[in-house]
Design a protein around this ligand. Structure first.
Ligand SMILES: Nc1nc2c(ncn2[C@@H]2O[C@H](COP(=O)(O)OP(=O)(O)OP(=O)(O)O)[C@@H](O)[C@H]2O)c(=O)[nH]1
Ligand SMILES: [Mg+2]
Length: 361
């Protein structure tokens, strides 16, 4: 899974990127002029995998991973008309599966800002508009080219052309494509464009140290729920500092600050949920490993995630639910109690299933 971090300049994107991926990319109070991106990976800690490894110890534990791309800040129009968001910016965004909008809610007079006041609602709609305009650009260019082709062929219509016009009208009303209802045929025509306003969104509200433990302002919460954006408040700078401490110190610090659960696992969980992703586990000769699949994936496709041969030569899957294993505590008892099931190709893999695929090629 690949996720993009975007937002206005100095909203705290790189601070959150560092926190998520344990990186040390430079952050600072001035506007950066480059459109350089940072890439990194976050391992998704999973106590279930640790338990499985304690039951069946292997050399390595491989957690699920989320890839993050930290983008440069958007130059919103009001800031400086000559500094519109560069086109290449969006090429990085086309291949992400989901987008995290990092929105400033902290006040820090030392940090340069496009707008002097913190106003999350305004910033969220500024980001939305930027994505809508970017998609409009892509749609317009393609429509123009298509119309020339159609004219040359003396054709009047094509499915792609119709689908794009439908998008264009929607975007023209300042609506993001994730709200547009499309038919299966239209979806096929549009898929390849990887429109940015179509991707699922998570709002990361970067709150100030002084606002820790306070409820999210009613206005912001209402706006996000109306837009169906999940919202996670985070005190980025503080959490990033805490993440650099030893594990023991971290526990103590978090307790002192009244933070019940650190931002990192919260954000990773929310990213998984955004795409309806679940994990299943395998126990190999050398490693116990978590695999990420969309909810509702049949066993035969889950096997293909591991190896195409496994999918091609799929015979059946031997499955035990994580909870069942945890309750009995070891594989032998689980087997004696008949907790292993044999499932066929169509079986829908559940979150936490421990699976062994039988196959023959
Ligand atoms: N007080 C306070 N300052 C913060 C917080 N988060 C970030 N900052 C500061 O804001 C400045 C910008 O943070 P960055 O993480 O570089 O922001 P960015 O969004 O990556 O900035 P660009 O990439 O330049 O657009 C840094 O000086 C941070 O220390 C916060 O939660 N509270
Ligand atoms: Mg940055």
């Amino acid at each position: 899974m690949k996720t993009g971090l975007i937002g206005l300049p100095n909203a705290g994107k790189t601070t959150i990127f560092n926190l998520l991926t344990a990186s040390s990319q430079p952050t600072g109070p001035f506007f950066t002029e480059t459109s350089q991106v940072h890439r990194g990976t976050a391992k998704v800690a999973d106590p279930r995998l640790d338990f499985i490894n304690s039951v069946e110890p292997k050399e390595e534990v491989k957690y699920a991973e989320v890839n993050f791309v930290d983008m440069a800040g958007f130059m919103v129009e009001h800031h400086d008309k000559s500094h519109r968001t560069p086109v290449e910016f969006f090429t990085h965004l086309h291949d992400v599966d989901a987008i995290l909008y990092v929105v400033r809610a902290f006040d820090n007079p030392e940090v340069m800002q496009v707008y002097p006041d913190a106003n999350p609602k305004r910033d969220i709609s500024a980001i939305e508009l930027e994505l809508i305009v970017a998609d409009m650009d892509v749609a317009d260019k393609r429509i123009e080219k298509l119309e020339k082709e159609l004219q040359a062929r003396k054709d009047k219509r094509s499915l792609e052309h119709d689908a794009l016009l439908k998008c264009r009208e929607f975007l023209g009303n300042e609506l993001p494509l994730r709200q547009l209802q499309v038919t299966r045929e239209e979806e096929k025509e549009l898929r390849g464009f990887r429109f940015v306003s179509q991707k699922p969104v998570l709002i990361v509200l970067n709150i100030g140290e002084d606002k820790l433990g306070e409820a999210v302002p009613e206005e912001v919460a209402a706006y996000c729920s109306e837009k169906k954006f999940p919202l996670i408040p985070v005190c980025a700078r503080l959490e990033e500092e805490i993440s650099r401490l030893s594990p023991d110190e971290q526990v103590e610090f978090l307790r002192e600050m009244g933070i019940d659960r650190p931002a990192r696992p919260k954000l990773l969980d929310a990213s998984f949920k955004l795409l309806n992703l679940i994990s299943f586990f395998t126990i190999g000769d050398r490693e116990v490993k978590a695999w990420t699949i969309p909810e509702g994936t049949p066993a035969v496709e889950a096997a293909g995630k591991i190896h195409t041969d496994m999918q091609r030569g799929f015979i059946r899957a031997e499955v035990i639910a994580y909870e069942d294993l945890r309750q009995v505590g070891d594989m032998k008892t689980a087997r004696e109690k008949g907790l292993f099931r044999l499932e066929g190709k169509e079986y829908i893999v559940k979150d936490g299933d421990i699976v062994k695929f039988r196959f023959s090629v």
